[in-house]
Structure formats: structure tokens, C-alpha cells
Write a protein that binds this ligand. Structure first.
Ligand code: GDG
Length: 460
């Protein structure tokens, strides 16, 4: 197969500082291979405009489709982010089903399929990303496209029972069966996806491990995503005065970096940090939490609610614990330059990743990559983040357990050097074994051949 790689995802880079895991990872992959990247136009809800528009292209071509304001509301904010996102992150209570959401989601996918069909040539392979495009392959098949099409889900695969929340629960299996390869972040997600097919009378399991669904067969595998560890480590090691980063060398710095999303467990993280401050009261030892949390999806009510909740907790804790010359929680509701972020990670004694559910969590890998191996900081990692499946030597916590998380902060900051080095060496091994280049290459080569194995790492 000699055709080009065609990537489809909701977001495409426009030159601004990328702050989404998917964008960072796929940009790196396409820069290396060349090809075509199709995504939604960055101007949210542009007036009715058909066709694809070329936007800032470099090593590969980028084409954007346009969403009308109504489509943006019902497809993107609606079905994708008020139904599928909470469903996949175990927040069925936040699922908001409105008339027209699913219809628009299907219509947008059908339109994108029509636009895409003209771009797909003989021998091309198509790689579709994430929950915005679950039905895309099925729409492309209706148009007679026979190319190999793969799908990668960046977020957790929903548990079987939760699928009943969908207006048409059987659609999920139907949509996924139109792909040749379905890639998931973890072995646990793979098991959940296979469980869905196992429970579906239309599916049949083949001896090579693939799933036969009507007249097609689909392979389901895990491809844990990673980062470009070397370039992140390089950026982290750039020397510069602490004052430039706003760091006080007399205090222990704990860092958190997350889009302000309810799946990231930020209120519980702040509460745990508050308990930790309580436990240190009167000791004269200072620690501060630097939380960088750029805004995201602010027109969805659940996101406005989490912002209000977090600001209330931060304000209360700072009111209780701050001194004239010290603010224990520094909460920045803006994006920060990647290079600054990398340097901050290296200076932080600990990093808090306390997701209540998370496909992988790249911040966990970035923090590990940024450390000085001779004197590394400690990663405190939620056992509900996909990263925890392999990073078993991080300090794993249950983010619902505030006491446990609070104690983990103390353990991390006071951990002896030898133990820090041992734990870090293991985590760094995982980061290197799952780097983003291998991730993309493994997915693409598996899509070309679809040889039967349930986990690409075991095949290497
Ligand atoms: C989804 C899944 C999965 C964050 N703030 C800033 C900034 N970031 C960067 C981080 C990291 C990325 O954004 C966030 O990636 P995560 O993986 O942590 O989370 P999601 O955005 O939810 O990504 C997730 C991922 O897709 C990939 O498959 O791991 O589970 O939810 O790279 O560093 N970057 C800069 N400034 C910021 O303020 N420059």
C-alpha cells in the first residue's frame, strides 16, 4: 500500500500553542509522515459554508470543514460533549440528551464523509480520531469507500451498562464495526469494547481475535499514546532564573496542569491539598500548589459549574492558609507556553494527576520526562487515568479518597532520593516505551495489515 495517510479529528493546529493531547500527538506524527489532516474550522460556528478550506499548511496539508452555529451547538457542544464525553467518563448524571443532538451529529458525520470521500485516493488509509466521528466510517462505507479505515478513541471506552444512556444504544457497535481497526488507550478499554461486542447478538468472534459483524470484520487493540519525551526533556532542562518562573526556592512546589474539565478531579485535588496544608500548619514548612487550568467548552453548563466550584475552594483555602508573603494555591485559568510548562515541571517536587476518569493523561508522561533523573520529583497519579495501567511505580491514588491523596503529597515531598530515583526510572521506561512516534507508527502499520494481537507492545 503506497497511498497517503488521511487523518480526521475535531481539532487541527493553527499555529497557536496547542493545549490538547490529540493535537500535540497527531501533529508530531503527520510532520514525520506527511499527508492530509481534515478537521473542524477553528472559527467556532461559522456561517453556512460548504466544502473544505485549506488552512495553514506546512509539512502536510490541512483542510477544514465548517460548522454552522446550530451545528456547533448540537453536534460539538451537544451530542459530542454533553452526551458522549460524560458517558465515556462515567458521568452519566451529566449526560444531557436533547432532541436534535443525535440527528445533527449524524448529519455532520454524513457531510464530512461526503467531503472526505473526494480526498481519498487509491491505496490511501484513513485514520479517524475520537468520539466526534464514531459514525464516520459507516458513512464513508455507504458512499462506497473501501479504503482501510482505523479509529482511535482517546478517551475511556464506556462500560457496557452506560451505553444504554444513548438514544440508540445499539449504534455504538454498528458504528465501530465499519472500521477495520479500533484502537483504544488501555487493555481495560479494549476489554470493555470487546465486552460490548460479546453482548451483541450481531457480533461473532473469529479465531484470529477479530470481531465479525454482519459482512465486515474489525480488530480491537490497545495502543497507549505517549509523548515526544526527548523534546519535552530538552525544553525542561533549559536553565533560567527561578524568579522568571515565579518560584520561591524556599518552598516545595507541587504542580497540576489540566484543561478545566470535570473529569480531571480538580475540586478533590484542591481539597486534598487543603488537608495537606492543615497537616503542616504550624510547622513553618511551606508548600504551594501551582494549578494551570486553561478554559475549555465554557458554554456547557457542567464546565461553568466546575469553574465556580474550583474558584470557591481555592478562595476558601487561600483565605484560611495564606500569609502576607505566601499564597498556597496559585490557580491560573489560562494556557501557559509549552516551554515554560516544561521548566515548571522540572522544578516541581511533585505533580498531581487526579483524574476521576482519563483515557491516558499525557501530563503524567510529560512530568516524568521533564525530571532530572539524578534528583527527580514524584508523580502522584490517579488509578483511574489510563497512564496508571503501566506507570505502576508512580504514587497511585484513589482521587475520591481525599485523605489518601493528601498523605500522598506528604509522602512525595519527603520521599528519600533513592526511592524517587527508582520510581522515576520505572516511569521513564514506560514513557520511552510508549513514545508518540511508535504509537502512530504502530497504529498505522497495524491498520495496513491488521494482524491479530490484542496489544501492540506484546508484538514488538
Ligand atoms: C485527551 C484525553 C488523552 C494543558 N494545559 C496547557 C497545555 N496542556 C497540554 C498538556 C498535555 C495536553 O495539553 C493535555 O493532554 P491530556 O492527555 O492530559 O488530556 P486531554 O486534553 O483531556 O486529552 C486524554 C489525550 O487526549 C491524548 O490521547 O491522554 O486522556 O482526555 O500535552 O501539556 N499545554 C500548554 N499550555 C497549557 O496551559 N502549552
Amino acid at each position: 500500500m503506497t497511498g497517503k495517510l488521511v487523518v480526521v479529528s475535531n481539532r487541527i493546529p493553527t499555529g497557536a500553542t496547542p493545549s490538547g493531547g490529540l493535537v500535540v500527538a497527531v501533529h508530531d506524527a503527520l510532520t514525520r509522515s506527511g499527508g492530509l489532516w481534515v478537521g473542524a474550522h477553528p472559527d467556532e460556528g461559522t456561517p453556512d459554508q460548504d466544502g473544505l478550506t485549506e488552512i495553514a499548511s506546512g509539512d502536510y496539508t490541512r483542510l477544514a470543514f465548517h460548522l454552522t452555529p446550530e451545528e456547533y451547538d448540537s453536534y460539538y457542544l451537544g451530542f459530542a460533549n454533553s452526551v458522549l464525553w460524560p458517558l465515556c467518563h462515567g458521568r452519566v448524571d451529566l449526560v444531557d440528551i436533547e432532541r436534535g443532538f443525535e440527528e445533527t451529529y449524524l448529519a455532520v458525520n454524513a457531510r464530512v464523509a461526503r467531503l472526505l470521500a473526494d480526498q481519498i485516493g487509491e491505496g490511501d488509509i484513513v485514520w479517524v480520531h475520537d468520539y466526534h466521528f464514531l459514525p464516520l466510517a459507516s458513512e464513508l462505507r455507504k458512499l462506497g469507500i473501501t479504503a482501510r479505515i482505523g479509529f482511535f478513541l482517546h478517551i475511556p471506552f464506556p462500560p457496557l451498562g452506560a451505553l444504554s444512556t444513548l438514544p440508540s444504544p445499539d449504534d455504538f457497535a454498528e458504528w465501530l464495526s465499519a472500521y477495520d481497526l479500533v484502537g483504544l488507550q488501555t487493555r481495560r478499554d479494549t476489554a470493555s469494547c470487546l465486552e460490548m461486542f460479546r453482548a451483541d447478538p450481531r457480533a461473532e468472534f473469529m479465531t484470529d481475535g477479530s470481531v465479525k459483524f454482519r459482512d465486515r470484520s474489525v480488530s480491537v487493540r490497545s495502543f497507549p499514546i505517549g509523548i515526544d519525551a526527548e523534546s519535552f526533556a530538552e525544553a525542561a532542562a533549559v536553565e533560567g532564573p527561578d524568579a522568571e518562573l515565579g518560584i520561591d526556592m524556599h518552598e516545595d512546589l507541587v504542580i497540576g496542569v489540566d484543561r478545566l474539565d470535570y473529569s480531571k478531579g480538580l475540586p478533590n485535588r484542591f481539597r486534598a491539598f487543603g488537608k495537606f496544608l492543615d497537616s503542616r500548619a504550624g510547622t513553618g514548612r511551606r508548600a504551594s500548589l501551582l494549578q494551570i487550568a486553561p478554559p475549555t467548552r465554557e458554554r456547557v453548563a457542567a464546565y461553568r459549574a466546575i469553574r465556580t466550584e474550583l474558584e470557591e475552594i481555592a478562595g476558601r483555602l487561600n483565605g484560611e492558609h495564606a500569609e502576607l508573603d505566601w499564597t498556597p494555591i496559585r490557580y491560573i485559568h489560562r494556557g501557559v507556553e509549552r516551554d515554560t510548562l516544561a521548566r515548571l515541571h522540572r522544578r516541581a517536587r511533585a505533580c498531581l494527576v487526579t483524574s476521576l476518569a482519563d483515557g491516558m493523561n499525557l501530563v503524567a508522561k510529560e512530568y516524568v520526562a521533564a525530571q532530572d533523573p539524578e534528583d527527580p520529583g514524584v508523580l502522584i497519579l490517579s488509578r483511574f487515568a489510563g497512564a496508571a495501567e503501566d506507570m505502576t511505580e508512580a504514587l497511585l491514588v484513589n482521587p475520591y479518597d481525599i485523605d489518601e491523596t493528601s498523605e500522598a503529597i506528604e509522602t512525595a515531598i519527603t520521599m528519600p532520593l533513592e526511592e524517587r530515583r527508582r520510581r522515576h526510572a520505572h516511569s521513564l521506561g514506560v514513557v520511552h516505551a510508549t513514545n508518540v512516534t511508535d504509537w502512530a507508527q504502530s497504529f498505522v502499520s497495524c491498520l495496513k495489515t491488521c494482524t491479530p494481537t490484542l496489544d501492540y507492545r506484546r508484538a514488538q
